[in-house]
Design a protein around this ligand. Sequence first.
Ligand code: NDP
Length: 257
Amino acid sequence: MNSLLKNKNIVVMGVANNRSIAWGITKSLHNAGANLIFTNRQERSKQKLEKLLAQNEIDPTLIVSCDVADDESIVNAFQEIGEKVGTIHGLVHSVAFANRDELNGEYADTSRDGYLLAQNISSYSLVAVTREVKKLMTEGGGIVTQTYLGAERVVPNYNVMGVAKAALEASVRYLAEDVGKYGIRVNAVSAGPIRTLSAKGVSGFNDKMSVIEEKAPLRRQIDQDQVGDATAFLLSDMARGVTGDVLHVDSGFHIIA
Ligand code: NDP
């Protein structure tokens, strides 16, 4: 336990199960003393979240439903959060989606619909969510999203999601400039490969994991808890001078040629 985020109200978007990166983040934020508000898309995810919270003796401040594909759903979710919780100090955006059949083969074969879907859920959602949550960040705050190396380099099969993550990282910079004047910081964590429900959709995922152990400076896998602690740091006052940035939590893999 530490008191890095004591009495801070933080919204966590994207816990689907105990393997979700957002669940690792939840544990770190709870350990840092934060009050937690959650959003889910699927009812099934909400039920899993409630079970996990009970098992870990974490008492949520609020759980609301939010489909980031739907502007009305986003507006309603943050309106409810504002009414029931009031001021928000942090937001974790840990959501992404692409059709499974676009996550293999050649990027040139990406369909228009598949391209737009990946951009919509994985990148535009950060813009829409920032617009709503900034209204509740009346004391300043921090926003952290989750990205991947496929935004910067060609990672086989990551394809349309790599391009969506590149847009997401550019959005982090543009949003950071927009909301900096309100004392709000926007950053991304670029995690190395972690076995989650979403990761299963990317072809050849196991190879991406094994290369970390072989080649990354730290020669070990990344887990949800490491991403959780880095996200807690970025949301905290310890990172008060950091915005518009991408912090790699990948055992140093991205520095290796
Ligand atoms: P999960 O499948 O556990 O989490 C993905 C989450 O996205 C789910 O909670 C899902 O909600 C949510 N989501 C999808 N579509 C929508 C929508 N329309 N509205 C609201 N929520 C939605 O996978 P991860 O934990 O791996 O993914 C979390 C983030 O981390 C993603 O941005 C991913 O790209 C990123 N990342 C993952 C890496 C990895 O190796 N796993 C590496 C680097 C980054 P629901 O369950 O309710 O549908």
